[in-house]
Design a protein. Sequence first.
Length: 294
Amino acid sequence: MTSGRIWGARLAALAVAIIIPACQSTNPAGVGVSSSLWISPSSVGGTTPGTTSFWVDPNLGNTDLFVPDPYDVVTYTRPTIWILGLNHPLMTDIQAKQFPNIVFNEQRAMDLINQQRETVFVFILGKPLPYTLVAKLTDHTGVRQNCRAHCKHYAVWHPNDPFPGNGGAFPPGPTPANAEGDSWFNPDPPVNSRFERVGLAVTSGWELPLAGKQWRSGDDVAAYWIQNFCRKPLLRTDPVDPGQWLLDVSMTHMSVGFWQLGGSGLVYYWTLIVCKDPNVAVTLPTLPFGGPGF
């Protein structure tokens, strides 16, 4: 009885082997993986000997089609597909434990600028400051991730290209645009800004990009931004100099992003965005006050 069962099982296995043919590889070149997702370089493109190659095998990792960086929580291809396969970052989320140098220097730059804002306001108005005046601006997680991603975008993906708007200050609008044609925020109808692609919006604001080998730390960039955009007037009765955008009393948030290019380049990329939240979270009471600035 046992022998009959064994022979019966063998005959059944033989029948299955005859009926179901062996799987054939979909990779005619015999390399890579045996999958219909494999694109054989022998079937698409081609070059003439002695000419410049225009075909790049997408399976070799020389294109943007590869597993995305897990720290880039939003890219041009996920979770929303803006440009299929483009893994350039729009929001980068990291922790101080993993990237202590980046997080520390971002926070250091913000702290120094906030201290300067408060110092200038006290110099002009004295104490106590008006309760409606936000002397120290609040960091915003989404804005910070967007600033950081913009820096990483150029440090990693465009290290040989100039950093858009380097050293200047720019309000919402179409310029300066990144390699994909996006500015930081553009309120016109088309979706053509980094903020719009990640669901951020502001009433007003300024972007201050900065990159170079000399901007190694939060102290370095804060000193530059303070000197050019957050400068104290000579006398308390003097008007604030034009272009001191970091002293704008209507702003509610400020975030700084940082990334650095390793290796021989050793270039440091920074983006500061100061902006006004379009939503009024708290309605302040309108009580009569006296004294300077009220």
